[in-house]
Design a protein around this ligand. Sequence first.
Ligand code: COA
Length: 164
Amino acid sequence: MRDTIWLYPGTFDPVTYGHIDIIERAAKMCGKLVVAILNNEEKSPLFSIDERVNMINKALAGIENVEVKAFSGLQADFFREEHADAVVRGIRNAKDYEYELTIGRTNQMLNPDFEMVILTNDIRYSYVSSSSVRTIASYGGDISKFVPLFIEEMIKEKYKESYR
Ligand code: COA
């Protein structure tokens, strides 16, 4: 396992403690973990791709075998480009599991070498999602339990009208 390359794809708008938990645990199990941020400007993300790359790099400072990269297009193609051995997914509940199984099997149809590793979420972050963090912030709510302090400050800057 130590010389394997795993990919952890997502939008990470923003990265939350739920994602960071999966990244820290996955990084212990593989040789290199590539955090792959989907660059999809059609979704009008709160944070630009560069902001998300920098944010994740800062949140993960100190973990040597993690690399942060942006990708666009299909996950199955990026998997091939990166010579990855597996994609890692974190699941929070049965609904996530069903969703991941469907997407994972679709990716296997696109790339027969595609493999998936599923990690269960830390129970503390079972209800966290990036959009719920954005929604809470848009109403000036407390997001300190969901993201590290420096990310909380970056989000509050985006919603500064709500935090007046
Ligand atoms: N802890 C906390 N939250 C988590 C989590 C975890 N461990 N895992 C997922 N989430 C959250 C995410 O933040 C996201 O929240 P949001 O919907 O509020 O933004 C939500 O749960 C869904 O997560 P996920 O399924 O990972 O969606 P995503 O948008 O972050 O990432 C991609 C989706 C990028 C992996 C996927 O769309 C992709 O690869 N697209 C490229 C096209 C492709 O190849 N598609 C597959 C073939 S059809």
